[in-house]
Ligand binder design. Structure first.
Ligand SMILES: Cc1cc2nc3c(=O)[nH]c(=O)nc-3n(C[C@H](O)[C@H](O)[C@H](O)COP(=O)(O)OP(=O)(O)OC[C@H]3O[C@@H](n4cnc5c(N)ncnc54)[C@H](O)[C@@H]3O)c2cc1C
Length: 357
């Protein structure tokens, strides 16, 4: 919130939630609450992303990190909306991760090798997924596997796997950001998946995930904007209160103009996200717009937060303040759901034609 100018030149006091009071149980509960919210408010996704950023800001403390709406739940809802398991997820009774990436297949996701061998009643999974957000807390995960790696994307099938199965093992990462959610490598050693947990036809899995990316890339962009907006709001408060050379530092153009520039970028980017969501609502293609959101928004958000850190002076560059954590969180979103290079490839293909890129 932007308050009245302080009467004295003392530094403003900024009070944040006590990180030590945030327990693992509270985080898990918060994840469940967040998990439900995009489902309930999917008509107001942009509002959610902003509110989410506000909410996660309070959670984002030095030992905790920032949360994210990037959980498997909304992915299930969007990509596999017809599946019965959606009910469990929408009720918040099941937390579901999403696993596409493998140690040998990231950007080139069609090259996955995690194997789904058919049996009479389902599949047996063998292989490894990695970088799976939320998996340390999740009960289940949507896994994109292949019935035959030589078929590339035409051999892919999505299945919902119980992560508590004894044949599944997790190795959690030590991440700089997204700490409450966490990421892990997930290995499957002969994991049985009944046919009832197959989500879509063989050969459709890759296409389903790609369609889902059109939404999630837009949302991840909005999350970054929300986080950056929060950093700007904090910085507005700060620069009006902090004095140097006998006046509030907001009086220096070197301080106010970067804020004006970031305000411009964030506003423009927000409308690009609305455009992407509007096209989606209208049932039109928005692959290009989603890719634009995904490469540009994390970048401008990182730049905005970086300037906010600088405008806070030595106070900003501190683990005691949330700004550094916000920057670490947003920086991870440059990579998750596809790197900037892959997004620009999508845009260039749409601009020039696939055969020219
Ligand atoms: C915070 C975070 C959360 C994540 N959450 C999930 C999750 O929940 N589930 C999941 O499955 N995965 C998740 N991932 C993984 C993520 O989707 C991959 O890291 C990403 O797709 C890139 O794959 P890679 O890491 O294997 O990099 P690589 O594909 O090895 O790429 C390495 C570099 O080469 C570049 N490159 C590759 N191909 C090209 C090309 N054709 N042209 C130009 N440059 C290229 C890339 O842009 C990148 O800079 C997450 C990652 C992060 C960081």
């Amino acid at each position: 919130m932007v308050g009245a100018p302080p009467e004295t030149g003392s530094a403003p006091t900024i009070v944040y939630a006590d990180a030590s009071a945030i327990t693992a149980g509270a985080i898990h509960g918060a994840l469940r609450a967040l998990f439900m919210e995009p489902l309930l408010k999917h008509c107001w996704l942009h509002v959610f992303a902003e509110r989410h950023a506000e909410y996660i800001h309070n959670l984002a403390q030095r030992n905790v990190g920032t949360n994210s709406l990037d959980n498997g739940g909304h992915r299930i809802f969007c990509a596999f909306g017809y599946a019965a398991q959606v009910i469990e997820c929408a009720a918040g009774s099941s937390l579901v991760a999403f696993a596409l990436t493998e140690p040998g297949a990231g950007s080139d996701a069609a090259q996955i090798t995690c194997r789904a061998r058919r049996t009479e009643t389902g599949y047996v999974l063998t292989g490894e997924k990695t970088s799976v957000t939320t998996s340390p807390h999740a009960e289940a995960a949507i896994i994109l596997a292949t019935v035959d790696p030589s078929l590339a994307s035409r051999g892919t099938v999505a299945v919902l796997v119980d992560l508590n199965d004894p044949s599944v093992s997790l190795q959690r990462f030590r991440d700089p950001g997204f700490r409450p959610q966490g990421r892990a490598a997930v290995a499957f050693d002969g994991t049985y998946v009944p046919r009832s947990r197959q989500l879509g036809e063989v050969g459709e899995g890759f296409k389903q995930i790609m369609r889902e990316f059109e939404l999630s890339r837009t949302l991840l962009g909005l999350m970054c904007l929300g986080t950056a907006r929060r950093a700007i709001d904090m910085t507005i408060d700060w620069v009006k209160s902090r004095e140097a050379f006998g006046r509030p530092i907001s009086k220096f153009q070197g301080v106010s103009f970067p804020l004006a520039e970031h305000d411009t970028y964030l506003e423009a980017a927000r409308w690009l996200a609305y455009r992407s969501l509007g096209l989606r609502d209208a049932g039109q293609s928005h692959n290009r717009e989603a890719a634009m959101c995904k490469w540009w928004m994390p970048q401008i958000a990182c730049q905005a937060i970086n300037d906010c850190i600088i405008l806070h002076g030595h106070t900003g560059w501190s683990e005691e303040m949330p700004l550094m954590q916000m920057q670490k969180d947003v920086s991870g979103l440059q990579i998750g759901d596809g790197t900037p290079q892959i997004q620009k490839l999508v845009i260039a293909r749409s601009l020039l034609g696939r055969e020219w890129v």
